[in-house]
Design a protein. Structure first.
Length: 510
């Protein structure tokens, strides 16, 4: 209740004997009746639980949007680089072929542009998204070989004219199958000969790659949204759990009176800020795990393709004229190319799903497998290669995976030894296991690093450090464990190293 400034005056002041007169005209003497206290306006408070969840959701949404954007940008840049490499490679191959200027079948020099382009195209195997064709200023005009592209640009005179009339050597063309990146080369007749000029055109359709990038981005966005919803629910529950002691304290404070001061609240656990920071750190850990998996894929791809390319190049450079030798080289090179194709295919598929058929076991001759491994290892470097032992009999295993593992061990030995160093390769059967080993006299590995070097991205100490990705030995161990085997290491500083791949012989173990 409220009164005016004179509310404590005597009754005579409040009720004068003369109601009319000067006193009644004085506002300071006006009677104000007592009444209830007016309600004090309360500010609308936002619950702390809602604020915490709102901040968590906002921060996560920003990070996930950034992740999605960065993923899209990285995939787009990678696709553009792949198209550029494909165009550059095809152009370089044709330039090299034209520079030689000799028909590989007849051994005679080319006499006209049409024959040059036709023979080159007959030896090409374009990608599904590629088109290779030639255009000669004759009645025949169009020359195209290979599988059917998404759209046969060479059969459309208007599109061909747009490409050939362009002043640029590379550009983009809109086709019914979507955009096509192209690169062309002006081909002149051989020196000293007359004839029609021509063009060699390489095209790459980017619609499929763009669609795959869009699908991947949508998947990342959908997973991010689901993760955001799950994290929001968890944050709401966690915030409520964390703020429960605070709410109990507030309720207890409201109930405490002058008559009861013994009420106490037992609070256990961490403070809400520390708990919120811990939950946010878990979110960042999950995001970091997702980027590490993407980098591992790129590192694995680059690491695994480098060694077979070296082997193929070495065999082709050293191939002689002996038919038997050429047949053997062709067999080895074809085997390596098949293995490269399988590596690329599996890595691309593993980016989407975890394939159960990592191994393709078959009954393999151990002697033939060891001989192939030794032949491929010798192409890795100028070393004193020695084949110590060759296992006899057969075993149920994946020959390409075993070759991949042992050649990787050989590549490691080459990196850590100098020219002319002795490297030993061999195989043997020991009880229920078959052993494949690579031995060197390099700097060796300290005992404390024997286990760590088989981890992903791990590198040895200064004695064996290199600029590799750190995935080689991890891949070797993965292949061994997929065969239900293991990798043994016997090494000491200054005494060299021997890596042994131990694989069970029986089919039932694979």
């Amino acid at each position: 209740m409220t009164t005016d400034a004179r509310s404590d005056a005597s009754p005579s002041d409040e009720a004068p004997d003369h109601p009319s007169g000067p006193a009644s005209d004085d506002p300071s003497r006006t009677l104000v009746l007592r009444g209830p206290l007016p309600d004090v306006p309360q500010r609308r408070r936002v619950p702390a639980r809602l604020l915490i969840v709102a901040w968590v959701v906002t921060l996560m949404a920003a990070v996930l949007v950034l992740v999605t954007t960065v993923t899209w940008s990285a995939l787009t840049a990678s696709a553009d680089a792949g198209v550029d490499r494909a165009l550059t490679q095809e152009t370089a191959e044709f330039r090299e072929f034209a520079a030689v200027g000799v028909d590989p079948t007849t051994g005679e020099p080319f006499t006209d542009v049409s024959a040059l382009i036709r023979v080159h195209l007959e030896r090409q195997y374009p990608d599904e998204a590629e088109i290779l064709f030639g255009w000669v200023a004759t009645d025949s005009g169009r020359i195209r070989q290979g599988q059917e592209p998404p759209f046969d640009v060479s059969a459309d005179p208007a599109l061909v004219a747009e490409v050939l009339d362009s002043p640029h050597a590379r550009g983009t063309l809109d086709t019914p199958a979507g955009p096509m990146e192209w690169e062309k080369i002006h081909v002149l007749p051989p020196a000293g000969r007359e004839g029609a000029e021509g063009w060699f055109v390489t095209g790459y359709f980017t619609e499929r790659g763009a669609a795959e990038i869009a699908d991947t981005t949508r998947t990342v966005a959908l997973v991010s949204l689901v993760g955001l919803l799950a994290a929001s629910t968890a944050a709401w529950w966690v915030a409520g759990s964390i703020l429960t002691p605070v709410r109990l304290v507030r309720q207890a404070a409201a109930e405490i009176t002058e008559e009861d001061l013994t009420r106490r609240i037992e609070v256990s656990g961490r403070d809400d800020i520390a708990a919120l920071a811990e939950q946010f750190n878990h979110m960042l850990d999950r995001l970091e795990g997702a980027f590490l998996d993407q980098r591992r894929f790129l590192d694995d791809a680059g690491h695994e393709l480098r060694t077979p390319i070296t082997i193929v190049r070495g065999h082709l450079e050293l191939m002689g004229d002996d038919p038997g030798e050429r047949r053997e080289v062709v067999r080895l090179v074809t085997d390596e190319l098949d293995r490269m194709a399988r590596i690329v295919e599996e890595l691309l598929l593993l980016a989407k799903v975890q394939r159960p058929d990592f191994l393709r076991a078959e009954e393999v001759s151990l002697a033939e497998l060891t001989s192939d491994i030794d032949a491929k290892a010798r192409q890795l470097g100028d070393r004193d290669w020695r084949l110590e032992s060759v296992a006899e009999g057969t075993a149920a295993l994946d020959p390409q995976r075993v070759t991949q593992a042992v050649v990787q061990l050989a590549a490691n030995a080459v990196r850590h030894t100098g020219p002319g160093a002795t490297l030993r390769v061999g195989s043997s059967v020991s009880g229920p296991d078959v052993l494949f080993w690579v031995s060197d006299h390099g700097p060796g590995i300290p005992p404390e690093e024997h286990g760590r070097i088989f981890e992903r991205f791990a590198r040895g100490g200064s004695a064996r450090a290199d600029r590799g990705s750190g995935l080689g030995l991890a891949i070797v161990r993965a292949i061994a464990e997929a065969h239900h085997g293991r990798v043994d290491l016997r090494s000491a500083p200054g005494a060299g190293s021997t890596f042994t791949l131990v694989i069970p012989l029986g089919r039932e173990h694979v």
